[in-house]
Design a protein around this ligand. Structure first.
Ligand SMILES: Cc1cc2nc3c(=O)[nH]c(=O)nc-3n(C[C@H](O)[C@H](O)[C@H](O)COP(=O)(O)OP(=O)(O)OC[C@H]3O[C@@H](n4cnc5c(N)ncnc54)[C@H](O)[C@@H]3O)c2cc1C
Length: 367
């Protein structure tokens, strides 16, 4: 008789764990504090990246028993702009660098797609109920403390198939802003790792800059502010509880593109229970190096300022964008050499909120 499993959080990591455990014959209950999965995202567009690993994303999802029953549009082109609004057209020619997906309560979102797959397998999802994480076998609560903050506006628009990113410290210091428009729906976002209190004015500036590139309508706007967490922990276990997704700090520190890591961690947590394998060994062998490289990437990204962003855009334009992204996350001698120094420069134990479990923190820049 397999023990019943309780999961806190119906995000991508919790639902992926639920799907895999249900497939293996476990009886699974998922608690979600909100009325539905992904509620806070307002059906925005996000990107499921396809560049940090050799394995193609769709193959990877299939291997992790996730069906693509949600909106999932290959992303092959995107325009990156610098502070002077100089455009660089980035293209991936062989395989997409990612897939545009939607997040929220609409039927075609990633969240509702995962809910449907889990429910079809008999997973019980209990909404509007907060589960005390100590009662969970899997803690998939999402970000608990703030490493970065993002504001998004979701709207109806008259432009179509527009994918733009602006890297400009005058708008989003150390961060970036983006405009994705598909099928007359648009998402504008701005993301920063510091100066959190100014997020509204950063987003307003980002809207102005995107309008400067090309005028477009923004009808029925819905706004929300949300945050991401990032840290490298000694262990993603607490007693027998397995911690997945952003609750365990599994994120990309360069651009906050963490869904793939969340899905992978949910899969690994399920695998650890089903096959009785140590969860920490599983995630460490797959994530640690990649997360360390994302710290080095962020350091190099920030150090060059606006001049560095212009260079970043040009080198991305001169390469295949998926290959460019892949190389960014591969450890090389230089990146391995500078990593310990970056840790020393950035680490500030006094303000870390992740406790003794944290092998990484950069709290001193958070204001
Ligand atoms: C504005 C924004 C844009 C983003 N864009 C991208 C992108 O383009 N690409 C990308 O890869 N990543 C992106 N991310 C990051 C991505 O959303 C996260 O990495 C991912 O959702 C984390 O998944 P998760 O399962 O760990 O947690 P979450 O998705 O945060 O899910 C956790 C769930 O648990 C629920 N919950 C919390 N506590 C409890 C409790 N005690 N009991 C019951 N329920 C609970 C929450 O309500 C939530 O639904 C973005 C993040 C933000 C904020």
């Amino acid at each position: 008789m397999k023990r019943p499993i309780t999961i806190a959080g119906a995000g991508p990591s919790g639902l992926t764990a639920a799907i895999n455990l249900a497939l293996a014959g476990y009886s699974v209950e998922v608690y979600e504090v909100n009325r539905t999965a992904g509620e806070r995202f307002n059906n925005c567009f996000q990107i499921l990246e396809n560049y940090t690993e050799k394995e193609e994303l769709l193959t990877s999802l299939n291997r992790m028993n996730i069906k693509v029953n949600f909106f999932c549009q290959p992303a092959n082109e995107i325009n990156f702009y610098d502070s002077k609004l100089t455009r660089c057209s980035l293209k991936s020619r062989v395989e997409p660098y990612g897939y545009f997906i939607k997040r929220g309560s609409d039927n075609d979102t990633l969240d509702q797609g995962l809910v449907e797959q889990a429910s079809d397998l008999g997973v019980k999802i209990i909404y509007t109920t907060k589960l005390n994480q100590e009662k969970a076998d899997i803690d998939a609560e999402g970000a608990r403390s703030i490493a970065g903050i993002s504001k998004e506006i979701v709207f109806d628009t008259n432009i179509n198939n527009t994918f733009r990113v602006i890297l400009d410290n005058n708008i989003t210091p150390g961060g970036f802003s983006y405009l994705f428009a598909i099928n007359k729906k648009g998402t504008i976002g701005s993301a920063v790792l510091r100066k959190f209190s100014q997020i509204n004015s950063f987003t307003a500036k980002a809207v102005d800059r995107f309008q400067e590139i090309e005028k477009f309508e923004m009808k029925s706007p819905k706004e929300f502010v949300s945050y991401i967490d990032f840290f490298i922990s000694k262990s993603a276990k607490n007693n027998n509880r397995l911690i997945t997704g952003e609750a365990a700090g599994f994120q990309d520190y360069l651009f906050g593109i963490g869904i793939r890591l969340s899905i992978q961690s949910g899969y690994l947590a399920a695998k650890s229970i089903i096959e009785n394998i140590d969860y920490d060994n599983l995630w460490k062998s797959q994530f640690t190096e990649k997360m360390k490289m994302s710290i080095v990437n962020r350091f190099l990204y920030e150090i060059g300022g606006n001049i560095g962003y212009t260079r970043f855009n040009k080198s991305a334009q001169n390469s295949d964008f998926k290959e460019f992204g892949y190389k960014l996350y591969q450890p090389n001698l230089f990146k391995k050499f500078i990593f310990p120094f970056i840790k020393i420069i950035w680490k500030d134990y006094s303000k870390c909120t992740h406790g003794d479990n944290c092998l990484w923190c950069r709290r001193k820049l958070e204001k």
